[in-house]
Design a binder for this molecule. Structure first.
Ligand code: PGA
Length: 256
């Protein structure tokens, strides 16, 4: 099954509403997005932005075929959960995707395999595209536990899912995030192949072969070409380099 490459920006806790128009103007111009209508069929572009930017980013991006995503959601629809945002709430403002279980959330905000599973389920129930993040720490890699940890995280996240219509996984080794030390293309491909095998075993060939697996962790315009040339790397989740419209535009171009 043909998997269209996806370039997903993760802005983390960065940018203000006043930055949006300038950012998207420069980004679309640098990609040549509006000069070639076929681009939005050949590459998927998405930005996961802070909650305060969601409603304003949607009209700037979605009409051009670029998706806006949340960075986190709660699994309940509504209720006494101070400080949380539900899937219907992000949907109401036109958001069509969400990150789930990013390692910074696992590390600093007590996200666990259990909450990741609940969030993945909630997002699929409400037909919002989940981008589920997994990845090992440096300690786990050095102890030879990479495959075990990643397999456990993937299985746990998808434990309650029978037939995922639309789902994306992101392999993000924790030691590569924000460190300038990307996994090599071969290191990433090795884990992606393992995840692909797991998806085939869980969902069978027709669904398992269609689920995209993104790589994340210090992906830049310099290393994106090699990463994307790997058989099981279907795109990238990009933090730092997605904050600069010209850099991220180069990465989108590399995917074409
Ligand atoms: P980075 O972040 O590209 O800045 O390493 C990736 C991520 O955390 O998604």
């Amino acid at each position: 099954m043909k998997r269209i490459k996806m370039l997903a920006g993760n802005w983390k806790m960065n940018k203000l509403n006043r930055d949006l128009a300038g950012f998207f103007g420069t980004f679309f111009e640098a990609v040549g997005w509006h000069q070639d209508e076929s681009l939005s069929d050949r590459v998927d572009v998405l930005f996961a932005v802070p909650p305060t930017l969601l409603a304003h980013a949607v009209p700037l991006a979605e009409p051009s075929g670029v998706r806006i995503a949340a960075q986190n959601i709660h699994w309940e629809t509504a209720g006494a959960f101070t400080g949380e945002v539900s899937v219907p709430m992000i949907k109401e403002v036109g958001v069509s995707a969400t990150l789930i279980g990013h390692s910074e959330r696992r590390q600093y905000f007590a996200e666990t395999d259990v909450t990741v599973a609940k969030k993945t389920k909630a997002s699929l129930v409400h037909e919002v595209l989940p981008i589920v993040c997994v990845g090992e720490t440096l300690e786990q890699r050095e102890a030879g536990l990479t495959q075990d940890v990643v397999a456990r995280q993937v299985k746990a996240a998808l434990a309650d899912i029978q037939d995922p219509k639309d789902l994306i996984l992101a392999y993000e080794p924790v030691w590569a995030i924000g460190t300038g030390r990307s996994a090599s293309a071969a290191q990433a491909q090795e884990v992606h192949a393992e995840i692909r095998g797991l998806l085939l075993a869980l969902f069978g060939h027709s669904i398992g072969s269609g689920i995209r697996i993104l790589y994340g962790g210090s992906a830049t315009p310099n290393n994106i070409g090699e990463l994307l040339s790997q058989k099981d790397i279907d795109g990238a989740l990009v933090g730092g380099a997605s904050l600069k419209p010209e850099d991220f535009a180069k990465m989108v171009r590399a995917a074409l």
